[in-house]
Design a protein. Sequence first.
Length: 81
Amino acid sequence: AGLAEFGAEREARTFEHMDFDGYALRWGDKHRTATVQECAERCRAWEPVAPSWFVCNVFVFCGKPKCFAPAALPPGDMTGQ
């Protein structure tokens, strides 16, 4: 689905107080946006790269000063934004 999905028109839908499981293309600690709309636009603009060609089709936005992932994180990664 990768490149075909990337080329398709995609819309962003929001669900409050929800998180999704999946492969992280980019961790949020170094990838902050001011609004959920800006976050959605960055997700749509993400260009897949070889060899996986993963498309950004889900994003998680947290507008609070400090946010945490619900799952255990690797040591040294994301200490909470």
